[in-house]
Write a protein that binds this ligand. Structure first.
Ligand code: PEP
Ligand code: MN
Length: 337
């Protein structure tokens, strides 16, 4: 339920309302919008008499939040959430450009790519150290050593770090080295992992599951937010369809749909979305035109020999050209890179 307080309600009265809702067994979250306090009360809301709540001091009205996701909904928080990471406010006017290799493979590789993507305008370095590989015989990532390399390469070029956390036990380790904890598509519905990152003091980027609906994806964000971590970024990375000429089907419909339903920033990953190097740039351009808040793109200095996802990785020169085009599109939309 959404409890709207009257404009100018004193803090003490607002705090009384929240305490009474908690005493009714509900979890309470607050946001301030247009000079008015908005309270989301979640849990067993059926056990509460909401017409009575509407008569409490300071309360203007109560409303049912119409969707199953509550904290992630724009109905609760009308203004866009901006997730501050290093010098980039993700979800704000400036687009977030995240780039780097699929996997961290070594010092020389990570430093060369970090240098190139930073020069082109990226603000976040991506790179997997724990890789969710379909085959158990494929390269599984360098683990903590990979995280150390990624951190050093990012720091050397003024970049923030995003890296995937694959299970609950890895959360403290990832939080030590990465600025953003990435939940991979395969783990989007790993609810223990979502709960765990919900307690972490790092922003969380949730990639859309391979066969997940937009509602399921937003409910995954809700799992993180319900634990108290409101710093959530969504990432559309393609879904599985009957189409076989691309690795996945990049669902750009999801961008404007999610922007309406939710206040959370939405990024697009055209690398996993297409799986094909020369399809990455057109879909990246389309994603920004569709209203995405940024991109996450795989870039490799030697894609022919990459240990994972070489065929979809851009050469640094291609990435540089793409960022130039994104800059032009951003300007038309009143945004910047
Ligand atoms: C990745 O970003 O390297 C990755 C494994 O992505 P996804 O979880 O979207 O497949
Ligand atoms: Mn990859």
């Amino acid at each position: 339920m959404l409890v709207l307080l009257k404009p100018g309600t004193p803090e003490a009265a607002a705090s009384d309302v929240m305490t009474r809702l908690r005493m009714a067994g509900l979890a309470v979250h607050r946001t301030d919008h247009d000079g008015r306090i908005r309270v989301a009360a979640v849990g067993d809301t059926g056990a509460v008499d909401w017409t009575e709540v509407a008569t409490w001091p300071g309360v203007e009205s109560t409303h049912k939040l119409p969707r199953p996701f509550k904290l992630a909904s724009r109905a609760f928080r009308p203004h866009d959430t901006i997730v501050q990471v290093g010098r980039c406010g993700i979800g704000g006017r400036q687009l977030a450009i995240m780039a780097g290799p699929c996997s961290v493979e070594g010092e020389a590789q990570a430093f060369a790519i970090a240098e190139a993507v930073a020069r082109s305008g990226a603000t976040v370095l991506r790179g997997g150290a724990y890789k969710p590989r379909t085959s158990p015989y494929a390269f599984q990532g360098l683990g903590e050593e990979g995280l150390k390399i990624l951190r050093r390469a990012a720091d050397a070029h003024g970049l923030a770090v995003v890296s995937e956390v694959m299970d609950t036990q890895q959360v403290p380790l990832l939080a030590r080295y990465a600025d953003i904890l990435q939940i991979g598509a395969r783990n989007m519905q790993n609810y223990s992992l979502l709960r765990e990152v919900g307690h972490a003091s790092r922003p969380v980027m949730i990639k859309r599951g391979l066969s997940s609906t937009i509602e399921e994806w937003l409910l995954s964000a809700e799992h993180v937010m319900a634990q108290g971590n409101q710093q959530v970024i969504l990432c559309e990375r393609g879904i599985r369809t009957f189409e076989t000429y691309t690795r996945n089907t990049l669902d750009l419909n999801a961008v404007p749909v999610v922007k309406e339903l939710s206040h959370l920033p939405v990024l697009v990953d055209p690398s996993h979305g297409t799986g094909i190097r020369d399809k990455v740039a057109p879909m990246a351009r389309a994603a920004i035109a569709a209203g995405a808040d940024g991109l996450i793109i795989e870039v490799h200095n030697d894609p022919e020999h990459a240990l994972s996802d070489g065929p979809q990785s851009l050469w640094p020169g291609q990435f540089d050209e793409l960022v130039g085009q994104i800059r032009t599109i951003a300007e038309v939309l009143g945004r910047s890179v």
